[in-house]
Design a protein around this ligand. Structure first.
Ligand SMILES: [Cu+2]
Length: 492
């Protein structure tokens, strides 16, 4: 019998709620609203094997609380964005239209596509009123990713204003089509964020915190006090922690078993039953909930710490979608063949955050790795040098999905045995990662507390292909693309 995980696994003394500036979540005083489900983005056209999408970043208004609408930003809508579906093996052409009053970028968090332009980091700006076109192939396992802006040092503020959208990749080679997959019916996104409302508006500058901005109101898919009506016994939740800083400690009022089937980079080797799960910023988890024992009208409350974020109300079960879960969800080879060791030391808090003792410089290449070789990355968090302080830094790498080999020399947690791109690193911990890039280019790696990343807790790697050598001059690239590389670290 598989052991049920019923704690959050991480170092409790480093949890965000110990911070003096912590804001606990309150349940908003607003009527319950149906959980918003992002629409599926329709292709503009399919031509010669290429699928065309257009994504506008735009300003709008969204009714979130009772009373006045909130001024928000979104993709192809006023808040968040549609589901963008990719299929592995296909070629995509995207038109990115910036209707915002400031420069932005489109970063595909979790997609293994070339950097820095297609990947959408700060080297790939789209100026207000302009549009750009990019093209890329998708070649990767079935997974849940997301889109967000990455224009340093304004990533945090732009995400706060509402820019984020769910992304999925389906790969016929490892997809498990028998699992619930009807979007909005038995397969739903749970995009968790927190915002403070000031007379129904968001005010990033007023709420700004150097260690990560927190809000007191939980939103799921941009819905406050959200409710979803369950119409099939199995429900697949695609949970994304889309907050700037807040750790999501997800649990339910009935402590039911949630079966984790996937993490950031796709299916786990085996399903992991748990009653509690912690996701730091940008981490994803796919959870299967079995509600077959519930009757019409029954409710299950999803909570972040002690605050309800989503009410699941059972309606009429219209179709039985239960299947036998395969004992092995995915074959994963953990063999290591490379030789090089890379080191990443995440240090400091507030404005003293650094990676390997340095602040980000978008014209500097901090590390190199050969395409197609797997190498070890040792990622540590030295916040244990401040007794009674220190925080968890979620470490994210662009351009590939890694495997976790160990935490402080011990086995990774059972739900960390699949591919990931973001990993929580506790103070005093060394996490060893097996990293293999299959696309070349310049990629960032950084703390995914968005304010830390904007302060400069970020570095970049050149992934090189000896068969196609390329000389990167990032100063010239920035000048050509109209990026003020000096401004990238200057937090206003
Ligand atoms: Cu950090």
């Amino acid at each position: 019998m598989t052991k049920i995980i019923n704690d959050y696994l991480f170092d409790e003394s480093a949890f965000d709620y110990h911070d003096a500036a912590f804001k606990a979540l309150i349940r908003p005083d607003t009527k319950r609203r149906a959980l918003k489900i992002p629409a599926i983005l329709k292709a503009d056209k399919v031509e010669g094997g290429t699928i065309y999408y257009t994504i506008h970043a735009q300003v709008g208004e969204t009714r979130i609380l009772d009373g006045k609408a909130t001024r928000t930003w979104g993709y192809n809508g006023s808040l968040l964005g549609p589901l963008i579906q990719y299929e592995s093996g296909k070629h995509y052409h995207l038109t990115l239209v910036n209707e915002l009053p400031e420069v932005t970028t489109w970063h595909w968090h979790g997609l293994n596509i070339p950097g820095p332009i297609e990947d959408g980091g700060p080297h790939a700006p789209v100026q207000p009123g302009e549009s750009k076109e990019i093209e890329f192939d998708v070649h990767q396992p079935t997974m849940t990713a997301w889109l967000h802006p990455h224009p340093c040092p304004h990533t945090a503020e732009q995400v706060w204003r509402g820019l984020a959208a769910p992304v999925t990749v389906v790969n016929p080679l490892d997809n498990l089509p028998q699992l619930p997959h009807d979007w909005g019916i038995d397969d739903i996104p749970v995009i968790f964020q927190d915002r403070t409302f000031h007379d129904n508006q968001w005010d990033y500058q007023a709420d700004y915190d150097m260690d990560g901005t927190l809000g007191d109101t939980a939103l799921v898919n941009g819905t406050a006090n959200a409710e979803f009506t369950v119409t099939r016994p199995w429900l697949r939740l695609r949970v994304l922690n889309g907050a700037n800083r807040r750790e999501l400690r997800l649990n339910t009022d009935k402590n039911i078993v949630m079966t984790q089937i996937a993490s950031d980079g796709g299916f786990l080797p085996h399903a992991v039953p748990l009653t509690k799960i912690m996701l730091t910023t940008a981490e994803r988890a796919e959870l299967l909930l079995d509600l077959s024992a519930y009757k019409k009208g029954d409710q299950l409350l999803l909570k972040a710490d002690d605050t309800v974020i989503l009410t699941l109300t059972v309606g009429e079960f219209t179709e039985d979608n239960r299947v036998e879960l395969p004992s092995k969800l995915k074959e994963i080879d953990r063999g290591f063949t490379g030789g090089v060791d890379h080191q990443v030391i995440m240090s400091g808090m507030d404005d003293a955050v650094k990676i390997n003792g340095k602040l980000y410089d978008m014209t500097r290449i901090d590390d190199r790795q050969e395409i197609g070789k797997n190498e070890i990355w040792d990622v540590s968090n030295t916040n244990d040098d401040m007794p009674g302080m220190g925080m968890i830094h979620p470490f994210h790498m662009h351009g590939m999905e890694f495997l976790v080999l160990s935490r402080n020399g011990k086995e990774p947690y059972p739900n960390e045995l699949g591919y990931k791109d973001t990993i929580a690193v506790n103070p005093g911990e060394h996490v060893r990662l097996l990293v293999e890039f299959n696309v070349a280019g310049i990629f960032m790696y950084h703390c995914h507390i968005l304010e830390h990343e904007d302060t400069g807790m970020m570095a970049q790697i050149e992934v090189f292909d000896p068969k196609h050598p390329k000389h990167w001059n990032l100063k010239d690239l920035c000048a050509k693309n109209g990026v003020d590389s000096m401004a990238a670290n200057m937090k206003m």
